[in-house]
Ligand binder design. Structure first.
Ligand code: TGC
Ligand code: FAD
Length: 387
């Protein structure tokens, strides 16, 4: 019998095209060589590894699904594999790429003017300009339709007032895609970091995603030229369509985090001797390991199917919700269970599960909480919106 890969029991890798496998292997090498040696320290120091951005850009990982503007023009499966490998390193690095690619470059590419695309996309794919996405407000991120940030037309400009909360990359961003209500529906604005009245203070003391920047955004009569308003959309569909792109990538990312935890645990249970034999010989330990493999396999197949649907132009947001819910829950449960099987050592950052576990507490909340995604599926099944 051939030896199966414990992290890929159904040999999902063999279902990938050659160019998809090359993308995965390239990003995996980058993570092994450049991310894993520094990421624990970054997490402990509450520091985003900005020194990695030039190489992330050089590898074509920013805006990788976009055609033109210097972007790699990869398919959806390749984008998913990028997310998976990056999150095998750390959710913070995957977050950086998700936000830049799916939440900033995607809306500029999809809803922006030619001038906006020419100005921002080449710089963003080169990592020379950083973006953030401001949708959530402090009074209730799950219900963005209730946003208070408001833009009022004033001649050739808009006057923006309000605030956003929990914004990834907010304090390092050159440009923020800010969603605001207007008399003409929900509009996206490209707010630049040095615009008068705009402030983006970092949120300190996070116990999760510590290798990632998170900020609040404040707008006090910020004057934004009409040329910086995204002309292509004027409803909540704008930001929600960006979320579908990012959530799709997030279905893949946690697979990498779960694989990292299981891999470390498999080594540990082989060498940990308890009651006279390796922990791996205990029946209940094997059941827990088998359950992890089952859940990782299910998540891999779900994301691959989702990717193929996306590449065929047949992806439905409800399918993304089901997979985001399933795959993040899978990874969070696995990280917690690995932490437990490491015993006391499991609370040390010397081992990866506790860092992944803490990160995944954010991943299960952002991009739609687990509750919200269950309710999206519930609405599909019953026709009733129970939000
Ligand atoms: P609803 O009336 O259902 O829809 C309004 C309009 O939007 C369209 N739509 C979507 N389009 C694309 N993709 C989706 N997933 C969509 N969902 C809805 C819809 O067709 C409609 O279009 P139109 O043309 O008819 O106007 O909207 P609702 O207000 O009832 O909302 C439903 C609900 C609860 C699902 C939605 O509000 C929601 O998803 N809430 C969760 C909010 C959320 O996920 N926020 C995330 C913020 S960004 C973030 O977390 C980044 S973390 C980044 C990182 O670090 O990785
Ligand atoms: P709430 O919406 O107040 O939810 C609180 C609780 O109520 C949750 O358990 C939720 O599931 C539950 N709940 C909500 N509605 C219902 C309901 N109808 N029925 C039952 N239960 C319900 N946002 C951005 O815009 N851009 C970013 O870049 C970004 N990055 C983030 C990075 C981090 C590290 C974190 C933690 C968050 C980030 N967010 C970002 C915000 C994120 O999207 C929100 O935190 C999330 O959407 C939830 O909103 P909330 O925190 O206000 O919680």
């Amino acid at each position: 019998m051939p030896n199966l890969d414990p992290l890929d029991l159904f040999d999902v890798k063999s279902m990938l095209a050659e160019d998809e496998r090359i993308v995965q292997d390239t990003v995996a090498r980058f993570v092994d060589d450049q991310v894993l040696p520094i990421i624990r320290e970054c997490f402990e120091q509450h520091r985003f590894p900005s020194e990695l951005v030039p190489e992330v850009a050089n590898l074509g990982l920013l805006g990788s699904s976009i055609d033109g503007y210097g972007c790699a023009g990869l398919n959806a499966v390749a984008y998913g594999l990028i997310c998976q490998e990056l999150e095998r390193g750390d959710s913070g690095l995957r977050s950086f790429v998700s936000v830049q690619s799916s939440l900033v470059m995607y809306p500029i590419y999809t809803y922006g003017s030619d001038e906006q695309k020419d100005r921002w996309l080449p710089a963003m794919t080169a990592g020379e300009a950083i973006g953030c996405f401001g949708l959530t407000e402090s009074h209730g991120g799950s219900d963005p339709g209730n946003m208070k940030t408001y833009a009022k037309r004033d001649g050739d400009d808009w006057i923006l007032n309000g605030s956003k909360m929990w914004i990834t990359n907010g304090n390092i961003a050159d440009v923020a895609v800010v969603w605001a209500t207007t008399d003409d529906g929900v509009r996206g604005f490209l707010v630049e970091k040095d615009m008068a009245g705009f402030d983006a203070p970092a949120i300190e003391n996070k116990m999760s995603l510590r290798a990632s920047h998170t900020a609040a955004l404040f707008f006090d009569n910020v004057r934004v030229p009409n040329a910086s308003m995204l002309p292509g959309v004027s409803s909540l569909r704008g930001p929600l369509s960006c979320l579908t792109q990012a959530r799709y990538g997030i279905t893949w990312g946690p697979i990498g985090a779960a694989q990292a935890c299981l891999k470390e645990l498999l080594d540990y249970v082989e060498t940990r001797i308890l009651f006279g034999e390796p922990l791996s010989h205990k029946q209940s330990i094997q059941e827990r390991l088998a359950d992890m493999a089952r859940r990782i396999t299910t998540a891999q197949l779900l994301s691959l199917r989702l990717g193929r649907l996306k590449d065929a132009g047949q992806l439905e947001p409800t399918q993304v919700s089901l997979a985001k819910w399933n795959n993040v829950r899978m990874a969070l449960d696995i990280a917690r269970d690995c932490r437990d099987m490491l015993g006391g050592s499991g609370i040390s950052a010397e081992y990866v599960p506790i860092r992944h576990m803490l990160n995944l507490e954010s991943v299960i909340t952002y991009e739609g909480t687990e509750n919200i995604h269950k309710l999206v599926v519930g609405k599909e099944l019953t026709g009733v919106a129970a939000f």
